[in-house]
Design a protein around this ligand. Structure first.
Ligand code: PLP
Ligand code: CA
Length: 287
């Protein structure tokens, strides 16, 4: 097919692409909302997709909320009703990864939010720590870093090192940002001189979690995201149709830069489509 070219999703193409899909995976921050404010038109669009019988799942690298908190946030912001089993957060997926990877009765040392610990508690573990799990932790400290290193040195290769995601920065309004979980994972990796297994996007583990829960055909699945190096890269790697919204961190110039680079690795960052809401009053397809 040659390198992927990103096209605007509109008109006949939009109808055909949607008709061919039965599942849509939505990134959350930057696509559905920014902070506590819903992205304009997003709730209405998802409402129409749900009414058309599409399966909607949510894939977020944010490890700071439980699945139940996500269903509540979706409800509060006017999105169609979702059940916890439709939410694939890096906290839930990390707990799932550890359940699969650890022997029965093993425990994890968690650097993260209460939500990350809560997802893990769904599987009871005894105090024998066999994994260090790093998520978003506003109270990350040198003492915790020391403790993580102690476990990793004590267990050697038998102690797993797992990170929820590598987002380097969380964008705030006006070009500001705060350090993301990637910074914390790097600190532990540097101390331990080991590479962590990363649960979140762009790793395909998150898509595999969706696929193990629901019958999903990658060829009939659309990944909707605002970030090229997480959402779009995962979608392309998993053979999904990828759709970039321009409501979050990525501008179209970045896509063009990758597309025109002639570099095959950068072509994996190019979405199949981008979506831009038509200007008001132009009568185009909205949402
Ligand atoms: N990690 C944290 C701690 C966040 O607060 C956010 C966004 O709010 C993200 C990651 C990115 O989440 P998403 O994958 O939904 O864009
Ligand atoms: Ca996002």
């Amino acid at each position: 097919d040659g390198p992927r070219r990103c096209r605007r999703l509109e008109g006949e193409t939009a109808r055909a692409v949607l008709a061919n899909a039965d599942t849509l995976l939505f990134d959350c921050d930057g696509v559905l909302w920014r902070g506590e404010t819903a992205v304009s038109g997003a709730a209405e669009t998802l409402g129409r997709l749900a009414a058309a019988g599409k399966r909607l799942c949510y894939v977020t690298n944010n490890s700071g909320r439980t699945r139940a908190a996500y269903t509540e946030k979706l409800r509060r912001l006017g999105f169609p009703p979702a059940e916890p089993r439709h939410i694939f957060s890096s906290a839930f997926c990390a707990a799932r990864y550890l359940r699969q990877a650890l022997p029965p009765g093993a425990a994890a040392y968690v650097l993260g939010s209460p939500a990350l610990a809560a997802e893990l508690e769904a599987a009871p573990l005894d105090p024998a720590v066999r994994a260090v799990l790093v998520g978003f932790d506003e109270h990350f400290s040198y003492a915790k870093l020391c403790q993580a290193l102690r476990y990793l040195l004590r267990g050697g290769p038998d102690c797993l090192l797992v990170g929820t995601n590598r987002d380097h920065r969380l964008p705030l309004e006006g070009g500001a940002g705060i350090p993301g979980t990637g910074c914390l994972v790097k600190a532990v990796e540097t101390a331990a001189q080991r590479e962590a297994f990363i649960v979140g996007k762009p790793n395909r583990f998150m898509f595999d979690c969706v696929a193990s829960e629901f019958q999903v055909d990658p060829a009939r699945t659309i990944m909707v995201g605002d970030r090229l190096d997480t959402d779009i890269l995962m979608g392309n790697d998993c053979g999904l149709t990828t759709l970039l919204t321009l409501t979050g961190v990525t501008a179209l110039d970045e896509v063009r830069g990758h597309q025109d680079s002639g570099c095959p690795a950068r072509h994996s960052l190019v979405p199949d489509f981008y979506h831009r809401r038509p200007a008001p009053g132009t009568g185009g397809v909205t949402g």
